[in-house]
Design a protein around this ligand. Structure first.
Ligand code: NAD
Length: 490
């Protein structure tokens, strides 16, 4: 069956927005955007370069004093207006989200709704930014603390969920009174182009949010730029190392939201059907390319084989294919090189002794021009093997048995990463006992992603990063502390 054709007429006509003015393209190289569903080129973009970053930073610096001084209720109202406009534009946004990275069309309305909720939630903080007073030591004095914006914040996000990632940073950054230079990833730029257009329509002053579309060199120019006070980075650990290397020179603070290999612990007393469905979502959600997807399944031995077979049976019912079709549950991975890399990792896992339960082979026939790998389940995976330790970033689950709660906790924590952890049990005591031992930034009990809302802190431990996006913690990410001491004797 032929795939639906992406509607190119919905693509925004600008790759940059600087000082409120949309620009068709930047001064950097040309880039062919490829639609992962069919491998066809959807648009030729003209990317930004370091000079464009200079202009974007200058525009943000120009807007910063007035934005910072704007009363909180006015900032709140703008953010609430933006939330409403995001919802009003959900239909176009949904198409853009699918075209840019092959996300399934069914997920689009949820993504737009999520973005709107973030603007609402953090808009609600914009008029509640308060300081505190401190009773001082020594002589009579009045001492107080205020929470200040950085001025200009640089936001760098990956291609796997640009709208989700960008709004996670943008909403608290704006609420805290910062202006922003936002980099859209060149291989998935369209939803952010649209978002920044909507920001203008909502009435945000020109220069408060500036968009540059580009690749690593544009991100590097942002990190090195003296006019940017803080970088918020979402992406891989490898890139984070480069960014921290650069920030070592500029002494710029950097927030890091990085990758994961999140453990899913399934105890014998769990609701097995529900735990299998949620376990499978680690391969399905974001076409297997979600940072916090639970991809390392640890299953109590007494239910191990039935659970593995249940995963395979459920996987067979997941409709994989055309991202634009309404009945598709899982789409392609981002690119041909990504597909080859994932298949190489699966082959490595099998060579290390894992048992291939399902998947593993790229889809051919009418799927051959896109980048489709079915849900791939590897069982009997040795905890120390490369496939058990490294982030695959594709629809691949690894499954390992355990014999005791103690062993489950130890296996779950035996990872360089610490982003998410998922615990499946019907024992209330065990749920809290195990959750309390997880070295992960977010633990979900009998869940598989429901916690990811604007009001809760999200972020990693260990190599999964530091800092938190979501909740009051995210506001603090975009604020710096000023302490004022006043001598009351003069
Ligand atoms: P990546 O690190 O290759 O790229 C991320 C972004 O950084 C892109 O916009 C890229 O252009 C930019 N970049 C690359 N080199 C740079 C440099 N030297 N200086 C500044 N910017 C640079 O990651 P990716 O492949 O786009 O995304 C996948 C990774 O992101 C996975 O590891 C995934 O787990 C992680 N991720 C984490 C979260 C989270 O919230 N923790 C969310 C989504 C994705």
């Amino acid at each position: 069956m032929a795939f639906l054709t992406p509607d190119r007429s919905v693509l925004p006509g600008h790759a940059l927005v600087i000082g409120g003015t949309s620009e068709a393209g930047g001064s950097g190289p040309a880039f062919d955007h490829v639609y992962p569903g069919t491998g066809e080129v959807t648009a030729q973009l003209r990317l930004a370069d370091a000079g464009d970053v200079d202009r974007a930073v200058a525009a943000a610096q120009g807007a910063a004093p007035a934005w910072r001084a704007m009363p909180g209720d006015k900032r709140r109202d703008l953010m609430l207006r933006l939330a409403a406009l995001t919802e009003e534009n959900a239909a176009q946004m949904t198409s853009l989200l699918s075209i840019e990275n092959g996300a399934i069309i069914l997920a689009g309305p949820h993504m737009s709704g999520d973005a709107a909720q973030k603007f609402r939630y953090f808009g609600g903080w914009a008029d509640k930014i308060e300081g505190r007073t401190i009773s001082t030591w020594g002589g009579p004095a009045h001492d107080y603390v205020t929470y200040e914006p950085y001025g200009v914040v640089g936001i760098i996000v990956p291609w796997n969920g640009p709208l989700f990632a960008a709004t996670m940073c943008l909403a608290p950054a704006l609420a805290a009174g910062n202006c922003v230079v936002l980099k859209a990833p060149e291989n998935a730029p369209f939803s952010l182009m649209k978002l920044v257009e909507i920001i203008g329509q909502a009435g945000f002053p020109p220069g408060v949010v500036n968009l540059v579309t580009g690749g690593p060199d544009v991100g590097a120019a942002m990190v090195a730029h003296p006019g940017i006070g803080k970088i918020e980075f979402i992406g891989s650990g490898g890139t984070a190392r480069k960014i921290l290397g650069s920030a070592a020179q500029s002494l710029k603070p950097v927030g890091l939201e990085l990758g994961g290999k999140s453990a899913v612990l399934v105890f014998a007393d769990a609701n097995l059907q529900a735990a299998a469905k949620r376990g499978l979502s680690g391969a399905v959600s974001a076409n297997g390319q979600g940072c916090v997807n639970g991809t390392r399944l640890l299953v109590e031995r007494s239910i191990y084989e039935p659970y593995v077979q249940m995963l395979a049976a459920m996987a067979a019912h997941i409709k994989i294919g055309d991202p634009l079709a309404m009945d598709t549950i899982m789409g392609p991975v981002i690119s041909e090189p990504a597909l080859e890399r994932i298949q190489g990792m699966v082959a490595g896992g099998i060579a290390d002794g894992a048992r291939l339960v399902c998947g593993g082979e790229r889809l051919g026939a009418d799927h051959a021009s896109g980048f489709f790998l079915p849900i791939t389940v590897l069982a009997d995976v040795a905890p120390g093997s490369a496939i058990a330790r490294n982030e695959v970033f594709g629809p691949v689950l690894v499954v390992t048995p355990f014999d005791s709660e103690e062993e489950a906790v130890s296996l779950a924590n035996d990872s360089d990463y610490g982003l998410g952890a998922y615990v499946h049990t019907t024992s209330l005591a065990r749920a809290h006992r195990v959750a309390g031992q997880m070295m992960a930034g977010q633990v979900q009990v009998n869940g598989s992603g429901e916690a990811m809302t604007a009001c809760v802190p999200f972020g990693g431990m260990k190599h999964s990063g530091h800092g938190r996006l979501g909740g009051i913690e995210a506001l603090r990410e975009f604020q710096q502390v000023r302490n004022v001491w006043v001598n009351l004797q003069e």
